[in-house]
Write a protein that binds this ligand. Structure first.
Ligand code: KG4
Ligand code: ZN
Length: 340
């Protein structure tokens, strides 16, 4: 194997078109084109997402190669997100990557998006220190909420997951109730930072390591509707406190489950991954736990939390080292599981 392995990775599972070039474990470029079009619909419209990927993919890949200062002839492999995600969106990245690998006559690597969120921790500049196996990872995004025991790069077991909505959906639906644009998670987080958690919402009682967020969403909706009936300006006057209250409840639910998983597995190394791991309150509470409870916590850089191709690239590099290449007839899989 050459000393320096260059891989181009493409991510197109949902509504971000992203391309990244990695040299071993170092990210040389990570270009992300967000799709503004969905904000006016209050959520991702799959058909529009595929069309936007189709428009974005060539300029995004070009920009990634240019920023990395390499030519496509220098690449050793091309990687793409195989799933989970939206079928139409995945197909754009998969077809593009397959054609490129074929044209350049280099290996193809099909990458699991959920494994990639977790393995983003192994990017050279993702955090101060890389985790050691085994560790626990709380993967929290717009589509998933899972606690995963990570035994090795490609040996992961789901300890628990949501039985209904993902935590990111709870954030986005709360934002919608409050009249904030999609995706609302970052905005709820922003307003929460200058509010007080004065309102109480009941927490779900879900067995073992599992989660549930649909009841919380309904609780927030009924609470807001009731208050607005009495005072039509309730949201406007109390926006920051409502956001802080929701954020506090969500952070408590997540921390309770982490504590339980740590107690039962005896593993005290805990990482967070996925779009919601950008959340300031969750980051704060984990950092405090490291100090007070003796946990070792791994909190990734912001740019590696929401969907990005750098995480696909680092996972591809690990697969490349193991010789885990994929055939040209590999297909996109919208329902791929983290442990497959
Ligand atoms: O991982 P991601 O980019 O896409 C999926 O694979 O789902 O996650 C997107 C989710 C959205 O629900 C968004 O609202 C949420 O992550 N999010 C946040 C924050 N930043 C992004 N939620 C809470 N606080 C944030 N700071
Ligand atoms: Zn994701």
């Amino acid at each position: 194997m050459p000393d320096n392995i260059y891989i181009l990775a493409i991510e197109s599972s949902c509504d971000d078109t992203s391309a990244s070039v990695i040299c071993n474990e170092e990210i040389l470029s990570n270009i992300v084109a967000n799709q503004e079009i969905h904000s006016q619909y209050g959520g991702v419209v799959p058909e529009l997402a595929s069309r936007a990927h189709q428009q974005n993919i060539v300029p995004v890949v070009d920009a990634a190669l240019k920023k990395a200062k390499i030519t496509k002839e220098q690449l050793h492999a091309v990687a793409f997100t195989q799933g989970p995600g939206l079928m139409g969106s995945l197909l754009v990245g998969a077809s593009f990557a397959k054609s490129m690998a074929l044209a350049l006559n280099i290996p193809l690597l099909a990458i699991n998006h959920m494994q990639a969120h977790i393995l983003a921790h192994f990017i050279d500049d993702a955090n101060d220190e890389k985790p050691t196996f085994p560790f626990l990872c709380l993967t929290i995004s717009g589509g998933h909420t899972q606690i995963v025991q990570v035994n090795d790069y490609f040996n992961m077991a789901v300890l628990g997951e949501t039985i209904d909505d993902a935590v990111g959906e709870a954030y986005d639906k709360t934002a919608k109730i409050l009249g904030l644009p999609y995706p609302g998670g970052p905005l709820v987080d922003k307003y929460a930072q200058t509010g007080k958690p004065v309102y109480k919402f009941s927490k779900p009682k879900v067995k073992e390591h599992h989660f549930s967020f649909s009841g919380l969403k309904t609780g927030i909706l009924y609470f807001v509707q009731k208050e607005v009936k009495q005072n039509p300006d309730f949201i406007e006057e109390n926006l920051h406190d409502i956001c802080a209250s929701v954020q506090n409840t969500i952070a408590e639910i997540l921390m309770d489950k982490i504590k339980r998983a740590i107690k039962e597995t005896g593993i005290r190394q805990i990482a967070i991954a996925g779009g919601v791991s950008a959340n300031s309150e969750i980051r704060k509470r984990l950092t405090e736990s490291q100090k007070h409870l003796g946990w070792k916590t791994y909190i990734p850089k912001f740019e590696y939390t929401t969907d990005n191709a750098a995480m696909i690239a680092i996972t591809a590099y690990q697969k490349y080292k193991l010789g885990m290449f994929d055939a040209q007839n590999t297909t996109a899989n919208p329902r791929l599981k983290v442990n497959s």
